[in-house]
Write a protein of this length. Structure first.
Length: 250
């Protein structure tokens, strides 16, 4: 029997990560280790996290639509390439050894951190003045990101933002709109795979999801009203949180 303290812990963390995930990414680097720390096996933690991811992105998408932000055709085209990758990744995730998954998770979080701290030219930049020269690269990139997202999800938001920003030269508000739509769509079959394999803790998942959805709703509204400036700020905050976690400062 789970207590009210666990609910509020997960709701609070979910609110924070839902806000960060929509604005930037990296929230699953907090929630997935937390779920494992609370006693869930890796596959169950991975599946449970998907409940929150799905409701988070659904909430953000509804918030974007309320603000009259929608590019449904483009999102569906990109999601079609992410879907087969995500299904393949999820199938592998439910079959992988618990210990091996935790080792991979540790290296992935470290890798995400390294990609964040390495200086880049034109980082997260798009002025909308140039047309993409190699726009076709977005399709294999989205397939690979979908596979990774189906397998683990940690850092997928950063990868999706990088692909849409660098390859298609989208501004960050549009990037976030497509990101939450694509991830929300491919999470459906991925979550179904985890459910069918019995790898979902519904109390943990729905508690976390309530917070994620709440944080995501406000994150989408703020990103539209405040634009790229606030998105960049949250990106920096997300990076700092991940750094502190990796250095075991908290």
């Amino acid at each position: 029997m789970y207590g009210i303290k666990i609910f509020f812990l997960l709701f609070g963390i979910g609110t924070l990560t839902g806000f960060i995930n929509v604005m930037a990414g990296g929230g699953s680097s907090l929630t997935l280790p937390l779920l494992i720390f609370l006693g869930l096996e890796s596959a169950v933690a991975n599946g449970t996290n998907r409940v929150a991811i799905f409701l988070q992105n659904l909430s953000a998408l509804l918030s974007f639509r309320q603000e009259h932000m929608r590019e449904f055709k483009t999102s569906m085209k990109l999601a079609a390439f992410a879907l087969p990758g995500a299904i393949t990744g999820a199938i592998i995730a439910v079959r992988i050894d618990n210990y091996l998954f935790q080792k991979i998770l540790g290296f992935v979080i470290l890798g995400v951190m390294l990609t964040i701290i390495v200086p880049r030219k034109n980082n997260w930049h798009s002025n909308g003045e140039h047309s993409p020269v190699h726009a076709w690269l977005i399709y294999p990139a989205i397939f690979i990101i979908g596979f990774y997202g189906g397998f683990m999800q940690v850092g997928t938001g950063f990868l999706m933002m990088a692909a849409l920003s660098y390859i298609l030269h989208m501004d960050l508000v549009r990037v976030n709109l497509h990101k939450v739509t694509i991830i929300g769509i491919y999470t459906v079959p991925a979550l179904l795979i985890f459910i069918l394999s019995g790898d979902v803790n519904w109390f943990f998942g729905l508690s976390l999801a309530a917070g994620n959805a709440f944080g995501a709703w406000w994150s989408a509204k703020i990103s539209i009203k405040k634009g790229e400036k606030v998105i960049r700020l949250v990106l920096v905050i997300a990076m700092i949180i991940m750094s502190l976690k990796l250095l075991q400062i908290f």
